[in-house]
Design a protein around this ligand. Structure first.
Ligand code: PGA
Length: 250
């Protein structure tokens, strides 16, 4: 069966002090939730600090974004090789904030997905519709297009060693969590659509829900048959909330 995965996306937040406090605050919960994998994605500058803080506990970590390039004249970028060197396991790719504020197209997202896997990291591919797309019944078409862009370049089998995060854009940072039925509906659709291409991939790939997940909503969301955990933004910065979310995935 698929391991429940709870992943915190810290976005552009934190200080050296708060990063230490957060890891120390969640480590006991992460260690005791033996069946749940707990991951944090700090801003890149805190990756070494996080690597040291998680050396003796079960928390894993990932990057929020990486370059398609491994080295060279690309000012301001972070190489997947560098992230890997510090012990990261994952990298997010295609988060809606990257798509929206950094003009990341489906083609860029696909190239990053390939670069992440080529450097032995596991991509967490973020997909999801805007409010307008949902209201005009385009949700399934949007997630299919976003997945297809990656599959066309990387191949369907590449998804076997990846994670998908379904994050409706209208639910991110808005406090408007999708209902467990709304989320399950899309997750089930994604899995069925993948199964038409590979039953192995569909059975194996973890599909996380993201968008205003809180301790109070986690348990019901994670109890849905096709929801394998959560990608958590705001609530991942609060020890009590994130611990509650980990408990909800047990
Ligand atoms: P949120 O963010 O939990 O603050 O809505 C989720 C995300 O963007 O991954």
């Amino acid at each position: 069966m698929r391991t429940p995965l709870v992943m915190g996306n810290w976005k552009l937040n934190g200080t050296k002090e708060s990063v230490s406090a957060l890891i120390k605050g969640i480590e006991a919960a992460a260690d005791s939730a033996k069946n749940v994998e707990v991951v944090v994605c700090p801003p890149t500058i805190f990756i070494e600090q996080v690597a040291n803080l998680v050396a003796d506990n079960s928390i894993e970590f990932g990057a929020q974004d990486v370059s398609t390039n491994v080295s060279g004249a690309f000012t301001g970028e972070t190489s997947p090789v560098m992230v890997k060197e510090f012990g990261a396991k994952y990298s997010l790719v295609g988060h809606s904030e990257r798509r929206q504020y950094h003009n990341e197209t489906d083609a860029v997202v696909a190239a990053k997905f390939v670069a992440i896997q080529a450097n032995a990291l596991v991509p967490v591919l973020c997909i999801g519709e805007t409010l307008e797309e949902r209201e005009t019944d385009k949700t399934f078409a949007v997630v299919e297009t976003q997945l297809k862009a990656v599959i066309d370049v990387a191949g369907i089998d590449a998804l076997e060693n990846s994670v998908i995060a379904y994050e409706p854009v209208w639910a991110i940072g808005t406090g408007k969590v999708a209902s467990s039925e709304q989320a399950q509906d899309v997750h089930a659709h994604i899995r069925t659509w993948l199964a038409e291409q590979s039953k192995v991939v569909a059975a194996k790939v973890q599909i996380l829900y993201g968008g205003s997940v809180k301790a109070s909503s986690a348990k019901e969301l994670f109890a849905q048959p096709d929801i394998d955990g959560g990608l958590v933004g705001g609530a991942a910065l609060l020890v009590e909330e994130f611990v509650g979310i980990i408990e909800g995935a047990k």
